[in-house]
Design a protein around this ligand. Structure first.
Ligand code: AP5
Length: 217
């Protein structure tokens, strides 16, 4: 059982690596981005509030995401450990997470930072697409389906691109990361939780570097 945070700018590979770590260690992946997109899709009150903010590449208010994560951590499936992907994203969210974990008597085992150059981030985001059926992630250059037009995982034929993956919005998302989220690196360094990983290698190499930092069981 372990609880992890994956920290890094948009396009760093958090979602890609979170899915692999979750599968290898029996953890639940909690992506606030995925949860918010599901809320937008469902047209729920949270989704209606979040949509315009997300499309602009800005952050959804702290109280909304803290409430979503806190409620989700109560799920019986989270008892075996979680990997937080895209949360926390502000110092206020990190402080709220500390309080939530303390109240639920849970411990944070490690915060993994994925370090990727800005030019590479923009390229990764610009080429990203996912399977509309199962959500498997692909890239125009770096990770194409084995058979063009068919998902490797579920055989789905329809693919989606995110509305916030435009060149203009990517710039804003990066700026928001440096302004609001990068201070968390110092926060977790001072707490002794931070483990930094070179995220520029292949998906497999980055995965191996993350594994080397995970607590041994
Ligand atoms: P969110 O969904 O969290 O997006 P993000 O942080 O911008 O991160 P991304 O999903 O874009 O990138 P990723 O690091 O997961 O990269 P991926 O693995 O896909 O958030 C979206 C929005 O929701 C936010 O802007 C905000 O509005 C809101 N939000 C979410 N959480 C919030 C919070 N806590 N507070 C407030 N607002 C919140 O990889 C990218 C591409 O690169 C893929 O195509 C992949 O195949 C490829 N790739 C991955 N690894 C490699 C590699 N090693 N080599 C080559 N290609 C690779």
């Amino acid at each position: 059982m372990m609880n992890l945070i994956l920290l890094g700018p948009p396009g760093a590979g958090k979602g890609t690596q979170a899915k692999i770590i979750a599968a290898n260690h029996g953890l639940i992946q909690l992506s606030t981005g995925d949860m918010l997109r599901a809320a937008v899709e469902a047209g729920s009150p949270v989704g209606r509030k979040a949509k315009a903010v997300m499309d602009r590449g800005e952050l959804v208010p702290d109280e909304i995401v803290v409430e979503i994560i806190s409620a989700r951590l109560d799920g019986a499936d989270c008892k075996g450990g979680v990997i937080l992907d895209g949360f926390p994203r502000t110092l206020a969210q990190a402080a709220a997470l500390d309080r939530v974990l303390k109240r639920k008597k849970l411990k944070l085992d490690a915060v993994i930072e994925l370090k990727v150059n800005d030019d590479q981030l923009v390229e990764r985001i610009a080429g990203r697409f996912t399977c509309a059926t199962c959500g498997a992630g692909y890239h125009d250059r770096f990770r194409q389906p084995k058979t063009a037009g068919t998902c490797d995982v579920c055989g789905g034929k329809t693919f989606l691109r995110r509305p916030d993956d435009t060149a203009e919005t990517v710039g804003r998302r990066l700026l928001v990361y440096y302004r609001e989220t990068s201070p968390l690196l110092g926060y977790y360094y001072c707490k002794g939780n931070l483990r930094s990983v070179d995220g520029m290698g292949s998906v497999e190499d980055v995965g191996a570097a993350i594994e080397a930092h995970l607590p041994r069981r």
